[in-house]
Design a protein around this ligand. Structure first.
Ligand code: C2G
Length: 130
């Protein structure tokens, strides 16, 4: 079984996220999403989520592409997660291009996928405020 992992905030889930998750799942048989906790988003990403971790987790768990959701609590857990969950493929959107190549040293395939243009959580928030 080929195991894939990806990380993110996934707030105000939108079709850009879905495009990423669908393509990530297509790279293997089992997709784990490491979902940023509220504390991590606030204290280390310096952002505010509209939906809580529990709400964001339930949305992801309802999706056919997602097999497991685990918490992302810090920037530095990826190496350990890949070992603990026997990950074969690590996937991120290409806005992160090159940031996680170090995972290749532990035999993990690192794949950066093109982002879906035009859509973003910040754009949704901005458009809804107008
Ligand atoms: N994404 C995308 N297209 C968009 C928006 C997002 O492909 N239009 C991808 C991002 O590249 C990322 C994933 O969807 O791979 C989740 O996006 P975010 O929730 O914005 O994730 P981010 O805040 O970048 O957190 O440790 C890694 C971080 O947790 C990533």
């Amino acid at each position: 079984m080929k195991r894939v992992i990806t990380y993110g905030t996934f707030d105000l889930l939108h079709y850009g996220h879905i495009n990423l998750l669908r393509r990530a799942k297509a790279l293997g048989d089992y997709l784990i999403v490491a979902l940023s906790t509220d504390e991590f988003v606030k204290l280390q990403k310096h952002k505010e989520c509209y939906f809580s971790y529990a709400e964001r987790k339930s949305l992801l768990e309802a999706m056919r592409y997602v097999d497991l959701v685990i918490p992302e609590e810090n920037w530095d857990q990826k190496k350990e997660d890949c070992q603990q969950y026997h990950i074969d493929v690590f996937v991120m959107g290409d806005d992160w291009e090159g940031q996680f190549d170090y995972l290749r040293d532990q035999g993990v395939e690192v794949v950066y996928l093109p982002r879906t243009p035009e859509i973003s959580t910040s754009r949704i928030k901005k458009d809804l405020h107008e």
